[in-house]
Design a protein around this ligand. Sequence first.
Ligand SMILES: [Zn+2]
Length: 144
Amino acid sequence: MKRTKKKLIKYFHLWTFRLGLDNWERHLYLLSRKKDIKRTFKKEGHKNAIAYINSDWHYMYLSIYINMNYVKGLTNYKLQKLILHELFHAIVNEMRETNPKHEERVATYLTNAMIWSINDVLEKEKTNGKKKKSKTKELDKTSI
Ligand SMILES: [Zn+2]
């Protein structure tokens, strides 16, 4: 649980920075006590949610609430995806339509798009690394 909390805090700072949300007033609540979870998630109408966000684009404010009992054992990939999904809600908040399912779909799409982009960048870095290695070998052979 302690490692998961540390990871969530790390990903929260990493992604608020990368998404330009680091100049917003922001809070991360990692709830593990039954009493806090029941009160917080029930109050906001997110009874069975893993997490939810309260945000206000007018005042650049966001608070993410996470039910720690549901995130135990999740992979780093899933923890980051969870944080990203909630942060994108803050970004798309001002596009809110009468049907909130629009915002849900866009947040899920943008989360996936970001992960695809990062995986693509990482894959390209790996390829460049191999090319550099082989160039070094070629240079070594020539110098001999
Ligand atoms: Zn959502």
